[in-house]
Design a protein around this ligand. Structure first.
Ligand SMILES: NC(=O)c1ccc[n+]([C@@H]2O[C@H](COP(=O)([O-])OP(=O)(O)OC[C@H]3O[C@@H](n4cnc5c(N)ncnc54)[C@H](O)[C@@H]3O)[C@@H](O)[C@H]2O)c1
Length: 262
């Protein structure tokens, strides 16, 4: 059991499948959690689940909004929180880009607008959070940043497994997930003499109501022969958020059941 007493964890995109798991597990491990997300049902569910917990705070935050990101740490610090762990977790992961029920266009029909919309949230948003951490936190007290990549950062998508599925893998996703590790290694050296570390976690395929057929197809690509559970990703995220990871910086940790190791 990782002990997160003394850690105040700031999380973007907290209402999603993984974000909400991190919130629950970090609170259970003794952390204070400053959760952020876009307004909506996911945020409401998070507040319903944890709003009574004095260790939990929620702030609306769109990571693609530069002015909002520039103000966020000042806002949370004014309320008494002192984040020493920051998770760049928010991302456009699928249906948010195209709208519910709509499938992705072929690569040839992908618009620059949709490509850049994904870059703005997944990569520029992560940069702006890191830049604000540099301005408001780094050097003032010890801190760590975890950037969230994907099994599709440094490995290509297996497009065949999406045939006939209601969702697909889209080019901007992999581009942003590869790019975010570039931010990690760049910052690791830049922050090295200011008591701040930065690492990347690359989750594999996480089970979230997928059909048996999709689980079978993706399972064949994974050494463990199955998709992962959100808690199995959280186990490693909790370690990266803990003091125990203090001698790690600039690293990319795959948590993918062996997908990337064939
Ligand atoms: N679930 C997986 O299989 C998987 C695999 C690899 C990597 N990841 C990565 O893990 C992270 C979390 O994934 P998830 O499965 O929980 O995804 P999710 O789609 O369930 O959640 C993403 C969250 O990001 C938020 N978000 C989107 N745009 C935002 C913006 N502009 N500002 C603030 N918040 C915004 C959404 O509201 C949502 O709550 C993502 O970075 C994702 O790319 C997930």
């Amino acid at each position: 059991m990782v002990d997160l007493a003394g850690r105040t964890v700031f999380i973007t995109g907290s209402g999603g499948v993984l974000g909400s798991t991190y919130v629950r597990r970090m609170l259970a491990s003794g952390a204070k959690v400053v959760a952020t997300d876009l307004p909506g049902a996911r945020a409401d569910a998070l507040i319903d689940a944890h709003g009574d917990n004095a260790q939990f705070g929620f702030y609306e935050l769109d990571v693609s909004d530069e002015a909002a990101v520039e103000a966020i740490f000042t806002r949370v610090m004014a309320d008494g929180w002192q984040p020493n762990v920051v998770l760049n977790n928010a991302a456009i992961t699928g249906e948010m880009l195209m709208g519910k029920g709509k499938s992705f266009p072929d690569f040839a029909d992908t618009t620059v607008e949709d490509f850049e919309k994904t870059l703005r949230t997944n990569l520029t948003g992560a940069f702006m959070i890191a830049r604000q951490m540099d301005r408001d936190i780094v050097g003032k007290y010890p801190s760590t940043l975890v950037n969230v990549a994907s099994m599709y950062a440094l490995n290509g998508a297996h497009h065949r497994i999406y045939d006939g599925m209601p969702f697909k893998n889209f080019s901007a996703y992999g581009v942003t997930k590869a790019g975010i590790h570039g931010l990690t290694v760049w910052l690791a050296g830049y922050w090295a003499n200011r008591d701040a570390t930065v690492n990347t976690i690359a989750p594999g395929a996480v089970l979230n109501g997928h059909s048996d057929e999709f689980q079978r197809r993706v399972g064949e690509l994974i050494m463990a022969d199955r998709m992962g559970q959100p808690d199995e990703i959280a186990d490693v995220m909790l370690f990266l958020a803990s003091e125990g990871a203090g001698y790690m910086t600039g690293q990319l940790i795959n948590v993918d059941g062996g997908f990337s190791a064939w």
